[in-house]
Design a protein around this ligand. Sequence first.
Ligand code: 13P
Length: 250
Amino acid sequence: MRKKIVVGNWKMNKTVAEASELASAILEQLGNGIVGCEVGIAPAFPSLTEVGKIIEWSDIRLVAQNCHYQEEGAYTGEVSVRMLESLGCAYVIVGHSERRQYFGETNQTVNLRLRKALSEGMQVIMCVGETLEERESGITERIVTEQVREGLKDVGDLGGVVLAYEPVWAIGTGKTATPEEAQDVHASIRATIQDMYGDLPAQHLRIQYGGSVKPSNAAQLFSMPDIDGGLIGGASLKANDFVAIVKAAG
Ligand code: 13P
């Protein structure tokens, strides 16, 4: 039985003060109520320290939105895994479609980031997903399979890995994949993992869904057999909505 995982990706939103306020509200509303589900929040880099302090003694995990694949050095504007670790991050997101779309991220650089994070003992949420054009051309499965295979290239052990299926056309658009549409892709991702790693790792791997998840559609999405939680954008910026989504998973 896989424990569901719900993570709020705050993207480039909230000042440090606003992020602290949101983290406190989420903590207060969740209380000790997290039982059946793992929960994380991913503020922007400048807020990690303060948000980390607020959730330090709770079960909420601190998550970073990206990391670089080099140890350290002359990489202006980048953040290393060791820096994130020193702030108490338990997970880092890699390969978000916004990074692929706007910042030149490729399956190869996603793979480098993922392997660097795992080698430092940090858990990773690797995002995959097709664009609208790719879906309409009927190549969703091919694209997603390629992202999974190349993103996980030379990764021997999936212990620290969570995947997130986020169809690009459903992100921030209000258009959610239907539970059945999402389930189909999740099942195909699991089949790819089974082919690469065998039965047991495929059964243990958690695959989140992301893309316009809201309190009103979360329970239905999370009830599908291969959907193991959610990566939440817009709705994670409101404590009430995020907590309602967490409760739908728990
Ligand atoms: P929305 O929930 O705003 O569609 O964003 C999803 C997402 O990109 C989470 O990483």
